[in-house]
Design a binder for this molecule. Structure first.
Ligand SMILES: [Zn+2]
Length: 214
């Protein structure tokens, strides 16, 4: 190797090293800024990317005309954070009548504010006004949306119906105010009409909807 070659190699290595350091620094700075932005978003809380998600149900009726929920009903949901993908195994209840005020940025508050245990981001869910629908005899066996949630930063992934359904019997029979659907079923006896009444094969599903379609 001649001296000229050696010098050229040195110069080449020097510039390569410098380029690498610069590139590394740029990447470090970029990653640092990205992490900072994620952290800041988490700390500042409320994420405003809204997604509307409807809860659909399907079931079979026996001597029932319709079932519905009112504003005091609690929807028990399992949730997943859209920021980090974390989903805990806890049922969270959301009720239209109950609102939590976060701060002055939203005087109306939210039906639910939940801080993700994993990434610390504060996510919110609201029940869309007037989005609740009855499930009637003609709907049996088919999936129908009964409520829509305005989800910001979080999504429901499972639903447990539990208690609080209003069940209206066929032929002007009895109305049951607090039916509890357990393991997909509910049954009682309508003394007014002298008939047994039942809900069976209860299933649920979530579907994303555009805008505030109810
Ligand atoms: Zn999270």
């Amino acid at each position: 190797m001649t001296l000229a070659h050696f010098c050229l190699n040195c110069i080449g290595s020097y510039y390569s090293a410098l380029y690498c350091i610069r590139k590394f620094n740029r990447q470090t700075v970029f990653i640092f800024l990205l992490k900072g932005a994620i952290l800041l978003e988490g700390k500042q809380g409320i994420n405003f990317a809204m997604v509307f998600i409807s809860l659909q149900i399907s079931c079979q009726f026996e001597n029932i005309e319709e079932i519905k929920t009112d504003s005091s009903y609690s929807y028990f949901l399992k949730l997943r954070c859209n920021n980090c993908g974390e989903s805990d195994d806890i049922w969270h209840d959301i009720c239209e009548e109950e609102r939590t005020q976060h701060d002055t940025r939203n005087a109306k508050g939210y039906n639910m504010i939940i801080k993700c245990k994993m990434c610390s981001r504060e996510n919110t869910i609201d029940i869309v006004e007037d989005s609740k629908k009855s499930y009637v005899e003609d709907d049996t066996g088919k999936l129908k949306s009964i409520v829509t949630f305005d989800c910001r930063g979080i999504e429901p992934i499972d639903f447990d119906p539990r208690e609080g359904f209003i069940v209206k019997s066929s032929d002007n029979g009895t109305t049951f105010d607090n039916a509890e659907i357990e393991n997909g079923d509910w049954c009682d006896f309508d003394e007014k009409n002298g008939k047994s009444v039942a809900i069976s094969e209860f299933k649920s599903n979530f579907v994303k909807v555009k805008g505030t379609k109810k």
